[in-house]
Design a binder for this molecule. Structure first.
Ligand code: OAD
Length: 296
């Protein structure tokens, strides 16, 4: 096993297909706590009280309070150099797929910073120009298109570009909610008032209780996301693993798909991971320090 940034750079440069697979560590330098290890969320909180369907059925107020607290904390966080480097890589390279286990929105915000930087440099590729990821349709925005003011146009173009670099989410999004009665899904960014059952977020369609649209322990992963991610990993020549201990399945098995297809594995992480014995290149370091040089 080599420990060389140059080897990793060469592998990435000649790979036709790359999957970037991220976990909580990619957001650590933004101030978002990881789950395991020192200062990890699962050191301070018990998952079975906060991140299972049974916990929500027992005490939805407590679960919403925890997710509301995590959302508030995220509002104060900014994407770090790793998010921006990954966003830039997605927007400028063909054949790159981003798969994340994270429920934060820092990849999207990092991609927006990357798109803004590329636009300033006159290097923002047109839709479809950077291949698979860039040609993915932007998510539905809803509503009719209002005419844009002049100074809004570049911002809108950058946002549209950034949307094309959106990750495949294996564990959902903390800024989305799902109705426990009718199943409707919605973006949900409003402040959560968890002071009583009556004030918890409700479905706009049927009035049912909303829940965070994240994957809890014991639940199946979002329909289609796992299949799409695994197919991309199986076809990839390189799986770049960033900031995940590799402890939670089935997400953790993504790396096996790339290996099974004859692809290489590059791991960037300052701590030990489940992939250390199978990594073709192991870069011990913080994502924000390693990725700009690796992907730039
Ligand atoms: P973990 O907390 O298990 O692992 C975080 C990884 O990030 C560890 O390997 C750390 O060494 C590494 N790390 C810490 N700082 C870093 C930095 N600056 N740069 C790069 N790496 C760094 O988090 P995940 O592997 O993401 O699931 O956890 C997987 C799943 O477990 C989560 O999605 C969540 C959790 O329970 C659900 O909620 C379903």
């Amino acid at each position: 096993m080599a420990d060389e940034p140059a080897t990793a750079r060469a592998l990435l440069a000649r790979a036709a297909g790359v999957v970037v697979f991220t976990g909580a560590g990619v957001s650590a330098e933004s101030g978002v706590p990881t789950f395991r290890g020192p200062g990890g969320l699962w050191k301070a909180f018990r998952p079975e009280q906060l991140a299972t369907p049974e916990a929500f059925a027992r005490d939805p107020r407590l679960v919403w309070e925890w997710y509301g607290w995590r959302r508030d904390a995220l509002a104060a966080c900014r994407p770090n150099l790793a998010h921006v480097a990954i966003g830039r890589f997605l927007l400028t390279r063909a054949g790159v797929t981003l798969v994340t286990q994270n429920v934060d929105d820092l990849h999207e915000r990092g991609a927006l910073e990357a798109a803004t930087g590329l636009a300033r440099e006159g290097r923002l590729p047109a839709a479809g120009a950077a291949g698979d990821a860039a040609s993915r349709p932007a998510p539905e925005r809803g509503g009719g298109a209002a005419p844009l003011l002049d100074d809004e146009q570049p911002r809108a173009a950058n946002a549209a570009a950034a949307a094309r670099a959106a990750p495949i989410r294996l564990h959902g999004s903390i800024f989305h909610a799902r109705c426990t009665r009718c199943g409707a899904r919605t973006e949900h960014r409003a402040a959560v008032d968890a002071s009583s059952l009556a004030t918890l977020p409700r479905c706009g369609a049927c009035g049912g209780l909303l829940r965070p649209d994240v994957v809890w322990f014991g639940e199946v992963l979002p329909e289609g996301a796992l299949e799409t991610a695994f197919a991309a990993a199986a076809a990839a020549e390189v799986c770049l693993v960033v900031g995940t201990a590799g402890a939670v399945h089935p997400a953790a098995a993504l790396v096996d798909e790339t290996r099974g297809g004859g692809g290489r594995v590059v791991v960037v992480d300052p701590g030990e991971t489940a992939y250390d014995d199978v990594a073709d290149v192991r870069l011990w370091g913080a994502a924000g320090e390693v990725l700009p040089g690796l992907l730039g």
